[in-house]
Design a protein around this ligand. Structure first.
Ligand SMILES: CC(C)(COP(=O)(O)OP(=O)(O)OC[C@H]1O[C@@H](n2cnc3c(N)ncnc32)[C@H](O)[C@@H]1OP(=O)(O)O)[C@@H](O)C(=O)NCCC(=O)NCCS
Length: 168
């Protein structure tokens, strides 16, 4: 399979919304529930432009035969005191799990972060999301703490793991 990892262009906005909506339906481990994602094409275009143009943010998509199958956002801190940090969020379409798509997205993001001299990547992940936690550990992220009852999924409270990666 020839999966391309690249920065999205403004005209990927519609496809990126469709990808995110598919992910929110397929898994409970993302922030939004199905049909809750608020963005329209104009807003998604702004998101893409902002992340592409920002000095300390980045967005990548994985594309297979013209279809977007995964994405990773790294949102850099806004103020001086946290601009050396970026918050990571990602998802891959279920059909393509276990084929290294997320690993590639993370590896490229870590290289980018090193290149622009960020000091820290961070994320939160449900303590029930064993697949993602294993992925983050294998990429060098470390568990830093637990946010108790941080997420409510279908009325059930879940803890979240805080994970971080310090760039040397
Ligand atoms: C978590 C997620 C991003 C992983 O994407 P992916 O493309 O399948 O990941 P990869 O193929 O690169 O595999 C990553 C690692 O997952 C782990 N993994 C694979 N299968 C697994 C399984 N059945 N159980 C637990 N861990 C597993 C392995 O560590 C694997 O690395 P390895 O193949 O070197 O052993 C994807 O499952 C997903 O989008 N999940 C729903 C959304 C989500 O959870 N996002 C993260 C929120 S914080």
């Amino acid at each position: 399979m020839n999966i391309v990892t690249r920065n999205p262009l403004p005209n990927d906005a519609h496809a990126l919304i469709e990808l995110k909506k598919a992910l929110f339906s397929e898994t409970q481990f993302m922030l939004f529930e199905p049909n809750e994602y608020p963005a329209n094409v104009e807003q998604e275009t702004c998101f893409i432009n902002h992340f592409n143009e920002s000095a300390n943010s980045s967005v990548l998509v994985s594309e297979l035969d013209g279809e977007l199958i995964g994405f990773l956002g790294a949102a850099g801190g806004d103020s001086k005191k946290i601009k050396h940090c970026a918050q990571i969020f990602l998802g891959v379409k279920k059909k393509y799990w276990g084929q290294g798509v997320a690993s590639k997205l993370l590896t490229e993001t870590i290289s980018w972060a090193r290149c622009i001299q960020l000091k820290r990547l961070e994320l939160t992940v449900s303590s029930n999301n064993h697949r993602a936690i294993k992925l983050y550990h294998s990429q060098g992220f470390e568990l830093e703490g637990i946010k108790k009852c941080a997420v409510s999924t279908n009325g059930n409270f879940e803890d979240e793991c805080i994970m971080g990666y310090l760039l040397k």
